[in-house]
Design a protein around this ligand. Structure first.
Ligand SMILES: C[S@@+](CC[C@H](N)C(=O)[O-])C[C@H]1O[C@@H](n2cnc3c(N)ncnc32)[C@H](O)[C@@H]1O
Length: 421
């Protein structure tokens, strides 16, 4: 059904939200304040909409600078059509709404910490690769058809050196595994001149060495063959052992601001013992250990955990394991940090953190939760009623997209809540 509606807000995921025909309608690529004509497909009280026309544009609507955004319906960004201040406000409200609706916590969320760079901030870009005849294309998926991949010419939120490395990779594509029609690749900036490239897919790659030689910007090449469980380091021109294929914050400037905020919040509790769960390569763990705390850094990725272990001073340790399994043994600690992937905390982890305030042993003084997904953050806080929110600080780690990073400082609720009947 085609209808006219006014967009009121932005939902998690980036769709504009309005009301029409008694339904809450979600329409991608719309801005709060837009009056639009959209085709709605109803699903009970909700509807998905396809934007047909902007009847009257919102004052916060801007022309998206990236040609792929409209022409190719690129699914990489969701908010390029919003002025940056409106993106910030949308993200702040997404967090506030998630905390209120899902976690039942009424918290006044402050403005997001802005990214020093609005464009060219990404130091890592993962693309789908498809064979087209004898050539390869590398690109992103369309937002309304995730099976469709278009050939990326440029990505203006990504560092130019990463984009240049991708062009060189496509130029050398005849040296990719011949037995694959689809691959996935991730280019990650290591320093001014070099990148790490991780390729997923293919079963045989006899030309890997020739490919490595053909793209001098690649300093480290990793390959995860189809169906293989482990990454295999193929070739490395570096002497440094820093993991090239493990997790890295995509926006280094905001990553540094966030790490400073986590360390400052941790130190405000003067902890002598810390558990850093989902620790990655251990940068925060190392800073707290160097400041005198005894830190247990738990991380599943073997390379990242080994790197963490190689840097932590005596008295601190890295545990290469799932947080679900290792957290009970790592406690008690005076401070716990959790920084999980988008899926949030496993129910076993929230149960352990909740029980840490109920048990006979010494309880942590604070819990710092770093989240890249407000919905799973709110779900996890709902599972931990004994922890009270003291402070929330969002960071605009991913300008032009609907993603947002949030630091939440929690302290034991006092008095403890009544057990529910
Ligand atoms: C969002 S990253 C945070 C990394 C690090 N704290 C940082 O700021 O750079 C999440 C990390 O959790 C790790 N991870 C994912 N699932 C895990 C699990 N179940 N147990 C332990 N680590 C896990 C990933 O390998 C990744 O390094």
């Amino acid at each position: 059904m085609e209808t006219e509606l006014t967009i009121d807000s932005i939902a998690a995921g980036g769709d504009g939200v309005g009301r029409a025909e008694g339904m809450v309608a979600f329409v991608p690529r719309t801005a709060p304040g837009d009056v639009v004509r959209a085709r709605l497909q109803s699903a009970g009280r909700f509807a998905r909409g396809v934007l047909d026309a902007v009847v009257s544009p919102s004052p916060v609507r801007v022309a998206p600078p990236c040609p792929h955004y409209e022409r190719d319906r690129c699914g990489g960004c969701q908010l390029q059509h919003l002025a940056l201040e409106a993106q910030h406000e949308a993200k702040r409200r997404i967090i506030e709404d998630s905390l209120s609706r899902i976690a039942r916590r009424e918290v006044a969320v402050p403005p997001v910490v802005a990214s020093p760079r609005e464009w060219r901030y990404r130091r890592k870009l993962t693309l789908a690769m498809r064979r087209r005849g004898s050539a390869w294309i590398a690109g992103l998926r369309e937002f309304d058809d995730p099976d469709a991949v278009f050939a990326l010419q440029d990505c203006p939120i990504t560092d130019e050196r990463v984009v240049a490395a991708w062009r060189a990779i496509i130029d050398a594509a005849e040296l990719l595994p011949r037995d694959a029609r689809e691959l996935r690749g991730a280019v990650r900036l290591l320093d001014d001149a070099s990148v790490a490239f991780t390729l997923e897919g293919g079963e045989r790659w006899p030309t890997a060495e020739r490919f490595f030689d053909a793209v001098p910007a690649i300093a480290a090449l990793w390959w995860q063959p189809a169906g293989a469980t482990r990454r295999r380091l193929m070739l490395d021109r570096r002497s440094d052992a820093a993991p090239g294929a493990s997790f890295v914050q995509v926006n280094p400037q905001v990553g540094a601001l966030l790490a400073d905020a986590v360390v400052a919040a941790a130190q405000s509790h003067a902890p002598r013992t810390v558990v850093d769960a989902y620790a990655g390569a251990g940068d925060v763990a190392l800073r707290l250990a160097e400041a005198g705390a005894r830190v247990v850094a738990i991380e599943l990725d073997a390379e990242a955990s080994a790197y963490s272990a190689s840097r932590l001073p005596a008295g601190s340790r890295a545990v290469a394991a799932r947080v679900e399994d290792a957290l009970p043994e790592a406690l008690p600690a005076e401070l716990v940090i959790v920084n999980p992937p988008r899926a949030g905390l496993d129910a076993q982890v929230t149960a352990t953190l909740e029980a840490a305030l109920q048990g006979a042993g010494p309880a942590p003084r604070a819990l710092l939760y770093v989240s890249c997904n407000p919905a799973t953050l709110a779900r996890d806080l709902a599972r931990m009623p004994s922890w009270a929110v003291r402070r929330v600080q969002p960071f605009d780690m991913f300008p032009q997209t609907a993603h947002v990073e949030t630091l939440v400082e929690l302290v034991p609720a006092s008095p403890p809540p009544e057990p529910s009947a």
